[in-house]
Design a protein around this ligand. Structure first.
Ligand code: NAP
Length: 461
């Protein structure tokens, strides 16, 4: 294919990626967004296969087959609850590809005597961001999959050591620009970047990992940009820039929704709160238990019901049961809405994705700001496996670690029904005053079973 046609195909692919990103911003167009992005990627890959630089197709076919064998099960069988670690693994693979391309380009340039200073800057950035992302993402995967301990691992001088490693990587990059043929320095830089990735993720708690995964996504994008400059490929530069910026924006947006600074997530070791702090934030009072029969009776006569899904809903995979219960209540003439908190669950948009997958109409999924005004009119708010995102201490208790986090104002509803397994805490590890509020009733048990029991009782009520 002629070079102009290849560049035109890249332009089309870039247009498709940007349109896809736009479509991904809304639940009702997200599926189309994914399809556009996949089509864009197919166009980009196809155009690249016609590049004059390709010397043989055998290894490309082997690589594509290996990728398909690894990718198909990841895409088809990984459950929604394991999505953050699946994404972390994908970033590790992408960054490994960028790092290997960087090492390959350097080796070819070294043996052919064609290393040029201007290219060394791009190669240096490529292997640096690639190396950090590979090991960082593997660490994130290990923590989220619970292969590694999820709690923050902290030692004295950790941030100083990381800063020194970063400085050493920068020195190596500058050295290589000055003396491109010093291969030992290149190897040292790759090794230091890989070590930095491990140390960077070590002090971050398992539940903060989605923020870090987004940031690593951004690094993988920057590695792709550098690769694009190193091998002179425009689509890599465009896609890498889109990836890099969207990952960064997402990481910052998530930190904001948790009312934490970005620096606090990265260096604050959240989740290592000591017992004293947790005790200071403890709620006082007794929880009042209820049964599915009593709760169903209340639901059967409610006119307005708001469902509040949280991480526990995802754990118990109870999204279909939540939708079924909602439909049963609606059949009795009530209005049912679903309150969506931006960081409910463990990844951005977690609740949107789960409920959309279960077939809840998009117009019933209401964002936090809008639904918060409606809680006062609700007869019953049903909290399913949510904890931190409904903790009133975020507004009332300055001593609480969640103070300042925007929350769903569930306590404004006339009555509250909470479905959870027991007295377990949420991600932040603090007690929740809502559970001991006199208007709250607790229905203990796995969310899926409790929703099934409730649905059965609503049918006969
Ligand atoms: P949460 O605070 O983690 O609480 C989840 C609750 O679900 C727990 O209290 C647990 O209590 C209950 N639960 C667990 N398994 C259950 C099951 N099988 N059936 C019924 N209940 C179950 O969840 P959240 O309210 O959704 O808040 C999310 C938290 O994660 C926030 O603090 C947020 O900042 C953080 N976070 C979110 C993201 C994101 O992108 N979404 C990223 C990083 C951090 P029991 O053990 O008693 O059942």
């Amino acid at each position: 294919m002629n070079e102009i046609l290849i560049q035109l195909a890249y332009l089309l692919a870039a247009f498709l990626f940007i349109t896809a990103l736009r479509a991904l911003g809304r639940p009702d167009s997200a599926r189309r967004g994914m399809q556009l992005a996949a089509f864009g990627m197919a166009v980009a890959i196809l155009a690249t296969l016609f590049q004059a630089r390709i010397v043989s197709y055998e290894w490309i076919v082997v690589g594509a087959a290996m990728g398909a064998i690894a990718g198909y099960p990841l895409g088809m069988w990984v459950p929604m609850t394991a999505m953050p670690q699946r994404i972390a693994l994908s970033h590790a693979f992408g960054a490994l590809a960028a790092t290997l391309v960087g090492i390959g380009e350097y080796t070819i340039g070294l043996s052919g005597g064609t290393l040029v200073r201007s290219n060394l800057a791009a190669l240096g950035l490529e292997v640096f961001f690639g190396g950090v992302t590979v090991t960082g993402s593997l660490m994130a995967f290990g923590k989220l999959q619970e292969i590694l301990p999820g709690q923050p691992l902290i030692f004295r001088g950790q941030n100083i050591l990381n800063a020194l490693l970063l400085a050493a990587c920068c020195c190596c990059a500058v050295w290589l620009i000055a003396f491109p043929t010093h291969a030992v320095i290149f190897s040292v830089m790759v090794a230091l970047a890989a070590l930095l990735g491990i140390l960077f993720v070590l002090p971050i708690g398992g539940a903060d990992m989605p923020v870090v995964v987004s940031l690593l996504n951004s690094y993988a994008g920057l590695a792709a940009v550098a690769t694009g400059f190193a091998i002179n490929n425009n689509i890599l530069i465009i896609v890498g820039a889109l990836d890099g910026l969207s990952g960064l924006i997402l990481a910052i947006a998530m930190s904001r929704a948790m009312n934490r600074s970005f620096a606090n997530v990265l260096f604050g070791a959240f989740g290592s709160t000591d017992a004293a702090t947790a005790a200071a934030a403890a709620a006082e009072g007794e929880m009042s238990r209820t049964t599915a029969e009593d709760a169903a009776l209340r639901l059967a006569y409610a006119a307005r019901v708001i469902m509040v899904p949280g991480y526990g809903l995802a754990v118990s995979q109870a999204q279909h049961q939540m939708r079924e219960l909602g439909e049963l209540i609606e059949k009795r003439g009530a209005d049912v809405r679903y309150a969506i908190h931006p960081v409910a669950g463990r990844m951005p948009g977690h609740m949107n994705v789960l409920l959309a997958e279960a077939g809840v109409p998009y117009d019933k999924l209401i964002d936090m700001d809008e639904i918060n005004e409606r809680f006062v009119e609700a007869d019953v708010a049903i909290v399913v496996g949510a904890n931190d995102v409904v903790n009133p201490a975020a507004r009332t208790n300055p001593a609480s670690p969640v103070f300042g986090m925007p929350i769903l104002k569930v306590e404004d509803a006339k009555s509250v029904l909470v479905l959870k397994r027991g007295k377990g805490k949420g991600f932040s590890g603090v007690e929740n005053d809502l559970f001991v509020d006199p208007k709250t009733s607790m229905l203990f048990g796995d969310a899926r079973q409790s929703l099934l029991d409730l649905a059965l009782q609503v049918k006969v009520a």
